[in-house]
Design a protein around this ligand. Structure first.
Ligand SMILES: [Zn+2]
Ligand SMILES: [Zn+2]
Length: 87
């Protein structure tokens, strides 16, 4: 059997997982399009209501979806993007 060269494992520059181009589908890659940030949820992007007793100190969360767990699975799915691809 011939080894398909294009099917060499590549590393996704978004999720850092290795993948085979042949199994790369538009739902293969789960990622957060924004960074994990450490600051207040600002008024435009508040994902939860602060209670009257909650101090308004900096929160850590993903800027895209407000997930506060750095391990939270991505809020967006797309195909993996290898470092070779020019996007
Ligand atoms: Zn997100
Ligand atoms: Zn990926």
């Amino acid at each position: 059997m011939e080894i398909e060269k294009r099917d060499k494992k590549k590393v996704c520059k978004r999720c850092k997982e290795s993948f085979s181009p042949s199994t790369n589908t538009p739902s293969s890659c789960r990622f957060h399009p924004s960074f994990f940030v450490c600051r207040r949820h600002d008024d435009q992007k508040r994902y939860y209501e602060l209670g009257p007793d909650d101090p308004p100190y900096a929160a850590k969360f993903y800027d895209c979806c407000g997930a506060e767990d750095p391990e939270a699975s991505g809020c967006t799915t797309s195909s993996h993007v290898s470092y070779d691809d020019d996007v």
